[in-house]
Design a protein. Structure first.
Length: 268
């Protein structure tokens, strides 16, 4: 896309853009003509991705849990590119564990990356944007649908949904739109562990009325739409991207893991 006032390519920063949903989004925005900056804790991978895109694509290393790192990212992008038109935060992790068992470290790591990281990206992006811009945060089906052993992740993603709404309220007068997307199950490095548990992926798919898992392009297409002028009257919204899974139930991950452990124990 091009900046409507200057006619130059829109500068888009994809945080967590070196893998999975973020990488698919970076590829799509680049194909649409944006000047894409891929920012990720995996700096080498981000650079390799930017090289793969070529053209005006650039890479930065960023740790979304660190205030100074996120601030430096947006200050540098603004200095180097002159503006920041669109920002997507895809950085996320999940450290599962039942609420009575999960360690404070695992709880904090999940909440710090998914929720506090979203806040820091949002705050620094809004500062760098000035007047006008569009921000998309990646929330999750788990922001509205609970999952056993997913307490930290569910709570963090529910927080991202409300953060989206408050940000839309506060930033609307500056013509900065803030929306989120809430994907269901999409095979990526983040969810790769699911395929190691017999029956778990099948259980996810059974609970999807459209009968298939998502793919990264399903998410990238929705993000690109939210960032575009076609969504110019949308802010404070979240798009459910889950094949209808929000109408069903979330698989009980612990039951599947317990069944696997029982099947592989020496006594069985
Ligand atoms: N894949 C799914 O099924 C699914 C479903 C719902 C929501 N999501 C969310 O979508 C987002 C992207 O997930 P994905 O599936 O593409 O996972 P992924 O692991 O493929 O990509 C996540 C990226 O975030 C980066 N990252 C992690 N911690 C970071 C940090 N502290 N600072 C900066 N970057 C960091 C990783 O290096 C990686 O490149 C996450 O927020 C995830 O919670 C994914």
């Amino acid at each position: 896309m091009h900046d409507v006032t200057t006619g130059t390519p829109r500068v888009s920063v994809i945080v967590g853009g070196a893998s999975g949903l973020g990488w698919a989004t970076a590829q799509l925005l680049h194909a649409q003509g944006d000047a894409v900056v891929i920012a990720d804790i995996a700096g080498d991978q981000a650079r390799a991705r930017a090289d793969e895109l070529g053209g005006s694509a650039a890479a930065r290393q960023v740790e979304v849990r660190e205030e100074a790192s996120v601030r430096a990212l947006f200050e540098d992008v603004r200095e180097e590119h002159g503006s920041v038109g669109a920002v997507v935060n895809c950085a996320g992790i999940s450290r599962p564990g039942a609420l009575v068992d999960i360690s404070l470290d695992d709880w904090s790591a999940t909440v710090d990356v998914c929720l506090t990281g979203s806040f820091l990206v949002l705050r620094e992006a809004a500062k760098a944007m000035g007047e006008g811009g569009s921000i998309v945060l990646i929330a999750s089906l788990n922001g509205r649908q609970p999952g056993v052993a997913m307490g930290a992740y569910c709570a963090a993603k529910a927080g991202v949904l409300m953060l989206t709404e408050v940000a839309a309220l506060e930033l609307g007068p500056r013509k900065i739109r803030v929306n989120s997307v809430s994907p269901g199950f999409v095979p990526t490095p983040l969810t790769a562990g699911a395929s190691l548990v017999p029956g778990l992926v099948e259980d996810f798919v059974e609970n999807i009325p459209l009968g298939r898992a998502g793919n990264p392009d399903d998410v990238a297409n929705a993000v690109a739409f939210l960032l575009s002028e076609q969504a110019s009257w949308m802010t404070g919204a979240s798009l459910d991207l889950n094949g209808g899974a929000h109408t069903q139930r979330y698989p009980n991950v612990l039951q599947h893991v317990a069944a696997m452990a029982a099947a592989t124990s020496p006594a069985s």
